[in-house]
Structure formats: C-alpha cells, structure tokens
Design a protein around this ligand. Structure first.
Ligand code: FAD
Length: 464
C-alpha cells in the first residue's frame, strides 16, 4: 500500500492545495465532476486509497448546476440518467453519495458541514471547470488533489501543446505499457455511515423539475445515459462492429462506429475500460489498432490541445499558416451563402449535409466522417471563417450529446482550420490550403442515399 506522500507523486495526481490532511476530519470527500462513474475511476480510487491509509470513510459529492456553458435539457437528461448507476456502484464500494443541486451545490458549503480530512477531485482541461478547481482550492481549508482520470496517459506527461498526431503518437505509445492497465476497483475499508442531518437528493427524484435550464433541445430518444448503458454499447460494438472497423468506420451509417463518445464525454465510462476491452477482443489486430488510435492517440491529442492552447474554441487557436491562407481567401466568392438559422434548420441545397445536421439535431450524435464534411461545408457556405467557426461550435455544443468536449473544439479546428493537419494543394477558393472535400466525392464514398433515408425516418413524422 502506498503512503499519502507517494499518492501525491502519482503522475495522475495534481496537488491544488497542499498541506497535511486534517486528521481530525470525518472522511475523504471525492468531488465528482467529469468522471461520473464508480467503475474504473482513478480519481475515486485515489480518494479510497487515501481514506484507507487514514482509516476514514469516503463520500462522493456531486453538485448539479444549471449554468454549465451551452448545456440544455438534452445534456442534463443524459447526465441524470447516469446517476442511478453511480449511486449503486459507490454503494458496492462502501462509498457514500451526496447529491445536491443549485443553489445548494457548493463544495465549500458541503465541506463546512462534513469537515473532511482532504478533498480529491477529477481533472477537466476545459476553461470553466479549470477555473472552478482554482476557486475551490482557494476556498477549501483542507488539501485539494485532482486526478487525471479520463485519459490513458496522464496529460501532464505530454508537457506542451503537440503539433500533430505524428508528434504525440510516439510519446503516447512509449507510455502505454505503464498506463494502459486496469485502474482497479478498490473498496473503502471504512463504510460510509449516512449522517442524519446531511441533506442529499435522491437519484429517484425528478431532478430536473423546476431546474432553470434551456429546455429548447429535447432529450435524445437514441441514447440513454449511464455506465450500464455504456457497457452494453461497448459489448455490442465489440461483438458486431469492431471486426472491420479499420475499413468501415468511414462509411456513415446511423450507428456505424462505437457511439461511445457521449459516455466518454460524461465520464459514464472511462477510456481504460474501453481500451482494455478492445485490446483483449478477438477482432483482427488492424481493427483493434485502428480503434485504439482514435480512442487514445486522437482523443488525447484533443485533450492536449485544449489543455495547452487557451484559444481552443477560437479560430485564432489554429496555426499561423492556416490563419494566413484563410485570410487570403476571405473575400472569395461563395457559390452558396447561408445564415446561421438556415444551417440550424438544415435548409441547404445539399441533401447529405441536411441529413447529417438532422441526425445531430434529432438524435444528439453524428457519424464522425460526416462531422468533417459538415464542418467544412459550413466554412464554404458562410461569409467568413470566423462566422463559420462560431456557427459550428454553437451547433456542435448545442445538439451533440458529446459536445462541449475537447474532441469537438479540436475536430472543428482540424476541419476548418487545418489544426494537426498540413497545408494541401492546389489552393481552392475559400479553403485556400485547408484540406478540401467535395460533395460529389463524399456522396460517392458510401451509401449516402441509404443514410439520408434512414435519417428521414428519425424525424418524428417519419414514424421511426
Ligand atoms: C467537426 C468535428 C466535430 C467533432 N465533434 C466532436 C464532439 O463534439 N465530441 C466528440 O467526442 N468527438 C467529436 N468529434 C470527433 C469524432 O468525430 C467523434 O468522437 C466520433 O465520431 C464519435 O463517435 P464514436 O464514439 O462512434 O467514435 P469511434 O470511431 O467509435 O471512436 C471511439 C472513440 O474515439 C474517440 N475519437 C474517435 N474519433 C476521434 C477524433 N477524430 N478525434 C478525437 N477523438 C476521436 C472518441 O472518444 C470516440 O468515442 C468531432 C470531429 C469533427 C471532425
């Protein structure tokens, strides 16, 4: 067993507020934010390990807030669907669960009531959660450690913003033997005993009733949140679609790939669980490797971009060559020009683009290959790259269940701003040296007619 000092030296652990734990404290608090699961959760594990060293119980605290940027009824419904699995999983580990919602969501208020020895949180490279962690560190009277629980290779080990997949890949691969191992599922030795006066909501309540969130985007009928749903999706993917993933993943179907991105985004499943299941599956090595490249190299490249580039959601975050070429072509004539509302309503001349937009609006998920096409055409059909960028980020964050995620900002930067890509020739109108895709060649690459028909059946009037 490690001691407390050894725990703080773990490459995943960041000490935000140093000092000795309050040994008079009642428990260890796990402040659950991004890693919303009990299974294979390195942050929860650190809390349990520290508690076992100090012979104290652990309680997980989750405070629901209505002001997380760009969230709505769709994203909150998915989050709330995951809470029952969290509560059950924590109970099996002897860990308590206190669930509160705005305006009673504050961690520091909870800590004043509970008097913990120390608080352990999880990491999230996005701007707002990072700011909340800094504020928490200032306010807490006990140490705060955060744990990089949702990556395979701890993101601090990659040190700085990486230029492209080819620069991050060897660094990640060199560390996989050390980090692509099961995080384990330790149990707290001292079971949590609920305190009489400590308020907590129940996961069985209607937690969104009267909650002041944007209700204009309906919950997804295609996705159900939670660790159990994530594990069934993973099992189904490995059984039915992993074989052939390398060649089939760019052939958009309604459900061609794993569709795990919403679960990874909410932390309902962790990357270790997915990666180890795929690594040990019986599918051909080239399919497993192609999948692990996306899940680990591409996903952690996206996290690296957001962690180390403060302009991750602005066009200015892309490379100087790309900004230059987009500027040179800013005034090029556009064959089609659409306003933000027309794009949002899928009212373009292009049935494939409209279908992709509709898939996202109706189901909360769009096939990865079409996401590239979707973003590039927004660049082509709007008045400026800046306008295109804002529209793409707004639509992606509003409708995708996996939106508001490093993958989204990086995907848009890649498709519209050549991030992690290179300059391509010949130069094209509007795109300049940004990689171009044509509607005709994209439609020919797969059964686009079949895809459009299937999306039409998703519409409420289509009877799907
Ligand atoms: C313009 C654009 C916008 C995007 N927006 C998002 C977004 O908001 N949220 C999001 O999670 N992904 C986004 N992506 C990345 C990718 O398209 C999705 O992660 C993927 O399609 C999700 O489907 P899946 O889970 O079935 O993927 P699979 O092919 O089954 O891959 C498994 C996992 O690997 C990761 N992954 C796959 N492709 C990529 C990639 N290109 N970059 C980084 N990680 C990847 C994801 O976590 C994914 O869940 C975007 C890509 C582009 C080009």
């Amino acid at each position: 067993m490690r001691n407390l000092e050894e725990l703080t030296k773990d490459a995943r652990v960041r000490v935000r507020q140093a000092g000795p734990p309050n040994i008079e404290g009642r428990c260890i608090v796990y402040w659950m934010q991004r890693a919303q699961r009990a299974l294979d959760n390195p942050a929860l594990n650190v809390a349990i390990e520290a508690a076992n060293i100090l012979r104290k119980p652990v309680v997980a605290f989750l405070g629901l807030v209505p002001f997380y940027p760009n969230t709505n009824l769709r994203s909150y419904t998915f989050l709330v669907q995951g809470l029952r699995d969290i509560s059950e999983g924590l109970r099996q580990k002897n860990v308590g669960f206190v669930l509160r919602r705005w305006p009673d969501h504050q961690l520091d208020r909870f800590c004043t009531q509970i008097q913990p020895c120390l608080v352990v949180g999880d990491e999230n490279p996005m701007r707002d959660p990072e700011r909340w962690r800094k504020v928490a560190a200032d306010r807490l009277r006990v140490p705060l450690w955060t744990v990089d629980a949702d990556v395979v290779v701890p993101s601090t080990l990659l040190e700085k913003e990486q230029y492209a997949a080819r620069t991050i890949r060897p660094r990640i691969h060199a560390l996989l033997d050390q980090f692509l191992i099961s995080p384990g599922n330790p149990k707290a030795r001292m079971p949590w005993q609920p305190l009489k006066k400590l308020e907590s909501l129940s996961v069985n309540e209607d937690l969104l009733a009267g909650f002041p969130i944007d209700t204009s985007v309906q919950p997804s009928a295609s996705f159900q949140g939670g660790t159990r749903a994530a594990l069934s999706s993973l099992a189904r993917f490995v059984r039915e679609r992993l074989r052939g993933y390398e060649t089939q993943r760019n052939h958009p179907k309604l459900d061609g790939t794993s569709q795990l991105s919403p679960y990874l985004h909410f932390g309902h499943i962790g990357p270790h669980t997915v990666a180890l299941t795929v690594k040990n599956a019986s599918a051909p090595p080239q399919d497993r490797e192609a999948f692990l490249e996306q899940l680990i190299v591409r996903r952690e490249l996206a996290i690296n971009f957001v962690k180390f580039n403060a302009k991750y959601d602005l066009l200015q975050g892309v490379e100087p060559w790309a900004l230059r070429t987009l500027k040179e072509h800013k005034r090029d004539e556009r064959a089609h020009l659409y306003a933000a509302k027309q794009l949002e309503n899928a009212e373009t001349h292009d049935p494939l683009w409209n279908a992709a937009q509709q898939q996202m609006v109706l189901s909360g998920w769009m096939h990865g290959y079409l996401r590239m096409y979707w973003a590039k055409k927004i660049l082509e059909w709007t008045r400026s790259p800046e306008e295109a960028y804002n529209i793409a980020i707004r639509l992606n964050d509003r409708y995708e269940l996996d939106g508001r995620d490093p993958n989204g900002y990086t995907g848009i930067a890649w498709a519209m701003g050549g991030k992690h890509d290179r300059a391509w020739g010949p130069e094209r109108p509007v795109y300049g040296k940004i990689r171009y895709v044509s509607s005709a060649s994209t439609s020919r690459k797969f059964d686009s007619k079949g895809y459009i028909e299937r999306v039409e059946r998703l519409a409420p009037t289509g009877g799907a």
